[in-house]
Design a protein around this ligand. Structure first.
Ligand code: ATP
Ligand code: MG
Length: 436
């Protein structure tokens, strides 16, 4: 046998039955987007490396160590598999002039790539669903996005997801805070770990979000960005809070919530759960009013969030909220391969009429015994077996057997009618049905 080829580490196949969970989640998300008036934007998975370096910031975890970057062999261009999609959405919005006639509410869904250590809830190819509201400056849209996320948890039947919010103010306010933060941390240099020492002069704000237990005390007592915010930033934050209160949405103000990417300003937020171990952030986002200009467009205010689909699915599983697997309405049992030319078109008509039918497939030895066909029919989860035996075929009829619930087909009223109607519509298969 040839040597086996495995998938890339941290990149997973999504096969049945799990893929049905994904499809269900995607449907829920699309329904929510319809209700909130957000429209789909699809951008390429590969973007110029410069987009992320400029958009996310040079000293972010993603740009420093997580990107899958490569050179295009043909023209030497530096390219990167997208590690996130906000920068791509903004690039597309600039390139396609999407906001020329006012704000746009957009969403996307798809794979992202980060070179991280694979573990529960952390993969190298993972999937994000994200919403981006472009061209809206007010806290009303910040609130809309948070409310929308809360509606999603409700629609999915999820509980135990807590909301944390903070304000990062504006760049000049962050600069003032930065100076006092650096001075404070320098005063406690002996307590800084290696990561913090490295970031002290490049990205000190990120030190606040350290996971190192030995540094928690230090960062808890650090100067707060919130205390450096001017009246306008505070007003934006307080309006957001009022709107969340008006919806009865509970939140916790976390002054250490700073987010990984440089592009955020004003409102930032995360939805976290304690039920997924250390990968507890399921959804995160904020306002990024400076990003359009940073990647070469005119100034456009914007806000958005992204959720990790794997983490949401894991949480659904944890809380027993995954949907039951979809099963066919009917399974066709066919006794003889010779009858396939008559039977298959009937099954096709049923499907065209909206009935889902799985047909027993013949092997090299023919259709197989009735017993083995019924075993398969049962395993398919179908509600009914449609039996195309010699006597039925002779009469131009089909026998129906209930595989689930009440044994007698007669007791299954509406479900049987749904099958009978299309069957009756197929010429020469008039509804002479034997129920067994
Ligand atoms: P973390 O702190 O967990 O690394 P992050 O701040 O890097 O998260 P974002 O860039 O904000 O994450 O991405 C938004 C969401 O995407 C996260 O909240 C998480 O649910 C999900 N996510 C991020 N990285 C991964 C990954 N490597 N594998 C699976 N999901 C991920
Ligand atoms: Mg990360």
């Amino acid at each position: 046998m040839a040597e086996k080829i495995s998938a890339v580490k941290g990149m997973n196949d999504i096969a049945p039955p799990v893929s049905a969970h994904w499809e269900w989640l995607e449907e829920q998300l699309r329904g929510l987007m319809r209700r909130y008036g957000y429209r789909n934007l699809r951008t390429p998975i590969v973007e110029p490396t410069a987009l992320f370096v400029r958009g996310l910031g040079q000293v972010t975890d993603i740009v420093e160590k997580e990107m899958y970057s490569f050179e295009d062999r043909l023209n030497g261009e530096q390219l990167t598999l997208r590690p996130e999609n906000t920068a791509g959405v903004v690039r597309a919005a600039i390139e396609q002039s999407l906001t020329y006639d006012g704000g746009k509410r957009l969403y996307y869904m798809g794979p992202m790539f980060r070179h991280e250590r694979p573990q529960r809830g952390r993969y190298r190819q993972f999937h994000q669903f994200g919403v981006e509201a472009l061209g809206f400056a007010g806290p009303d849209v910040d609130a809309e996005l948070i409310v929308l996320a809360c509606d999603l948890w409700a629609a999915l039947g999820l509980s135990g997801i807590a909301l944390e919010i903070n304000s990062l103010g504006q760049p000049h306010e962050r600069l003032a805070h930065r100076a006092s933060l650096i001075a404070y941390l320098e005063g406690h240099a002996e307590q800084l770990d290696e990561d913090a020492r490295r970031r002290l002069h490049t990205n000190p704000l990120r030190i606040l979000d350290t996971k190192n237990p030995l540094m928690q005390d230090l960062v808890n007592r650090a100067p707060r960005l919130m205390d450096h915010l001017g009246p306008e930033s505070l007003h934006h934050f307080n309006r957001l809070r009022d709107l969340l209160d008006a919806h009865g949405i509970a939140y916790h103000i976390n002054p250490r919530l700073v987010r990984g990417m440089d592009y955020y300003n004003l409102s930032v937020f995360e939805f976290v759960t304690t039920q997924l171990g250390s990968q507890g952030t399921v959804c995160a986002g904020g306002r990024y009013d400076g990003l359009f200009e940073q990647i070469g467009g005119k100034s456009v205010p914007a806000v958005g969030w992204a959720l990790g689909m794997e983490r949401i699915l894991e949480l659904l599983k944890e809380q027993g909220r995954l949907p039951v697997q979809p099963t066919p309405d009917a399974y066709a049992v066919v006794t003889d391969t010779g009858s396939l030319p008559r039977v298959m078109p009937v099954l096709r008509s049923l499907r065209q009429a909206g009935v889902s039918v799985q047909m027993h497939a013949c092997g090299p030895e023919g259709m197989g015994s009735m017993k083995s066909q019924f075993k398969k029919a049962d395993a398919s989860g179908a509600r009914f077996a449609l039996i195309f035996g010699p006597s039925e075929l002779e009469q131009g009829a089909v026998a129906i057997k209930s595989l689930r619930g009440p044994r007698a087909v007669a007791d299954q009223g509406e479900a049987v009618q749904q099958l009978l109607k299309p069957l009756a519509d197929v010429e020469s298969w008039a509804a002479t049905l034997t129920a067994i």
